[in-house]
Design a protein around this ligand. Structure first.
Ligand SMILES: [Fe+2]
Length: 141
């Protein structure tokens, strides 16, 4: 079956936006002077679910489609393969972080560590999102 590129991109951009909104929400949360996190366990679990769904769509549908297009047009797919491997490394680091902070209690118990690690995770994820939107997503545009 043919993949509807416009529809797929619309879904992927929408998922990115949702993930970015969450990261921004937590970043604001962390910056609160009173230091209480207002991000709930439900938000955290939902973010994880959204991220897993997004990565699955990219890994199983989007990237295979990009490689198919590159192959069909006789283009060198190596840079994209290297890029894809880099993106998977970022996903693994984020997964590790989410496994460590599963509940609000996990966060509140190690608030300083969480804040420090969150900053680096958010940066990595933002980098992946921007790199995809400005790079590989264009193959399907
Ligand atoms: Fe993505």
């Amino acid at each position: 079956m043919e993949i509807d590129h416009a529809e797929l991109l619309k879904t992927l951009f929408g998922q990115h936006q949702k993930l970015k909104d969450y990261l921004q929400h937590v970043a604001q949360d962390i910056g609160r002077p009173e230091g209480e996190l207002d991000c709930t366990e439900k938000d955290l679990v939902q973010f994880h679910k959204d991220l897993v769904a997004h990565l699955a769509l990219e890994d199983k549908v989007f990237y295979p489609e990009v490689f198919r297009i590159l192959k069909r047009s006789g283009m060198d797919s190596r840079p994209t393969e290297i890029f894809f491997a880099e993106m998977q490394k970022i996903a693994a680091v984020v997964e590790e972080f989410l496994a460590k902070y599963k509940t609000k209690e996990d966060i509140l118990k190690n608030k300083k560590d969480f804040s420090d690690e969150f900053g680096s995770i958010a940066k990595k994820l933002a980098l992946r999102v921007a790199a995809e939107e400005e790079g590989v997503y264009m193959y399907l545009a």
